[in-house]
Design a protein around this ligand. Sequence first.
Ligand code: ZN
Length: 654
Amino acid sequence: MAAVGIFCGCQKQEQAFQYNVDKFYDLEILRFDVPEFDQLTLQQKSLIYCLSEASLWGRDILFDQNGRYNLRIRRACEALYGNYPYDKNTDDFAAFERYLKRVWFSNGIHHHYSEDKFLPEFSQEWFVAACEKAGVQYDEAILPVMFDPAVMPKRTTQQDGVDLVAGSAGNYYGEGVTQAEAEAWYDAHKDNSEEPLWIGLNSQLVKNEKGEIEQRVYKVGGLYGEALEHVVFWLKEALKYAENDQQREVIEKLISYNETGDLKTFNEYCIAWVKDLDSRVDFVNGFTETYSDPLGITGTWEAMVNFKDLQATKRAQLISENAQWFEDHSTTDPKYKKEEVKGVSAKVITAAILAGDCYPSTPIGINLPNANWIRKAYGSKSVTIDNLMLAYTEAAKGSGFDEEFMIDEETRAREEQYGALCSNLHTDLHECVGHGSGKLMPGVTKDALKEHASTIEEARADLFGLYYLADPKLVELGLLPNEEAYKAGYYEQMMNGAMTQLKRVELGKDIEEAHMRNRQLIANWVLAHAKGEVEIVEREGKHYMQVNDYEGLRRLYGELLAEIQRITSEGDYAAAKEIVETYAVKVNQELHKEVLERFSKLNIAPYKGFVNPVYTAVKDKDGNITDVKIDFTEGYIDQHLRYSRDYSPLPSVN
Ligand code: ZN
C-alpha cells in the first residue's frame, strides 16, 4: 500500500509503507500492511475488530504457559521501565531495555526458537537497586530465574535421559510433576474411540496436597479463566457480525468450549470451522499447536484473524481452471500425463492481527485442524498468508542482499519490479497445478521412491511451475504483464538454488530438508547440463549467477521436468537416488564458505516478528459500530506496553 500525503495543499507525495520497525539481538521487528481492508464491508470490519479484541486478551496466557515466572518477571520489568528513577542514557539501561524487548518477543525468558534461557546483560545488583529506588515490588523468587543460568535453562527439553517434564521450564505441568506421572495420567485417561477427545489439550497437570495428579482445565472459571472471560465476551460481540450461519456456528461452539472446557464441543467446533469456506473473514483462537508441551499433548494459546485476499485467490483460481491446458502442454511424455486433471484451489489470506503463539513471530501458513480423524473425515484448511510474505520481501530490500548477490543492475531492477509477483505465481503454479499433474504407471505406488520421494515430488512441482512461468499463456491470462517479467523468477531460482539458500546450512553439513534439496537439485542439474545458457562467473573474487539465455534456461527446466516426471511415473528408485545424490545433497564447500561470509556482512537478522496494526471502532451514541479505523504507526515498545496495560487480566501466579 502507498499512503498518500498531501503537501502544501497541491502536491501529492507517495509515501512508502514502513515495513522495518526495530532490530535487537538476532531479531528484527517488521510491520505488515493489510491490503483490501478498506474495501471490506462495515459488517466484516466490525467482525474483524471484535475478533481482534478476542485475540489480544489471550496474551497473558501464553506468557504463563511458557513459564510460571514469566508474568512476574514481565511485570517487574515493565514497572521498572515505566518508573526508572535515574538517567536512562546508560549502558545498563540500554541492556535492560533490550532484555525487556526480548522478553516480549519470546513471550517469556526463553528464546522463541532455540528455547534456551537468555540472560540479562545487566547485573542482579543493578536490577535490585533500581527496583528499590523506583519502589517496584516484586517476588524475590524471580531473581534466580532471571539471573542464574542453571535455573530453568530450557523451555522445552527433548534431551535423551532427561525427565522431559521436570526438565522443561514450560508450565504445562505443575511443580514436582514427573514425566512418568504425567504419562501415566494420560494413559489412564486416553480416549480410544473412533472420534476421540483430545484429552489434555486444554489443561495443566498438577500435583495436589496428597501427591496425586490433578487436571486444571483452561476455561472460564478454571485455569486462565480471567483471560478467557474476556475472550468469550468479544466472541459474543463478534457473533453480532457473523457473515453467515456456518460462521455463526463456529463462533458459538468456540464460546461454549471456552465456557465449559468440553472437548466434545471442541471437536464440533473444529468440524464447523473446516466447513466454513464461504466466509470472507476467518480466524484461529485457542489452544492449538502442541510443540511446546514436552509430551506434545497440551495446546499453546494462539490467535490470528484473517480475511480472504480476493485478488490473489482469483489468481490461484485462474491457474486451477486452466489445469488441463497446463497438463497437455508440458514437456512430459504423453503417456505420463493425466487425461483429466483438476486444479486445486488454494486460498490466500491477509492477516489482520496476530496474537499468542503467532505473535510477534508467526507462521506463514496455516494448516488445521490437528486431529487426524477430523482431517480424514472432514478435510482441513490450508492457507498461505500473502501480506506477511510481502512484508518479509519488502523489509529485506534495504539489507543490501540484492546488491551483494545479483550480478548486475538490470537483474536487480527486474527483481525489484517483478520478483514478488513471480514468486507468488510460482507458488500458485506449484501448489494449484504442479503437485496434481502427471500420473503413475500401473503397478507403481506412491512410496516407490522411498527416502527420495519428497525431494523428487517437490522438484516436480517446482519445475512444472518454472516451466510455465515463462509461458506466453501467463501473459495471455493476464497473470504476468509482459514476456520479460518471468526472468526475475528464473534468476532468483538459479541464484537461490545454487548459492544463497546455503545460508541456512551450517558449514560442513549436507542439505537435509526436501525443499532445499529440490532447489539445489534443479539449479545444479541445470548448471551441469548447460552449454552456455547459464553459468556461475567470478567477478573480483566473488561468484555470481549469470544467465546468458533465458529461453535456453527454460528448455533445460523443461528437459529436467520430463526426466523427473519419468522417474516419478515409473517409480525409478535407482534414477531418483542417483539424481538426488549427485545434485541435491552435497554442498560445494568453497562456495558455501563464500556465501556465508558475504551474508555475515549484510544487515539481516535471522528471526523476524511483527507489530500489529491498531484497530479502533468508531461508535455512535447508542454504541453501534459505525466504522473501524486501521492505523499502522504504533512502535514495538509502545505496542507491548499498551497490551500489558490494557489486556492483562491474569494474576501473576496462576
Ligand atoms: Zn510442494
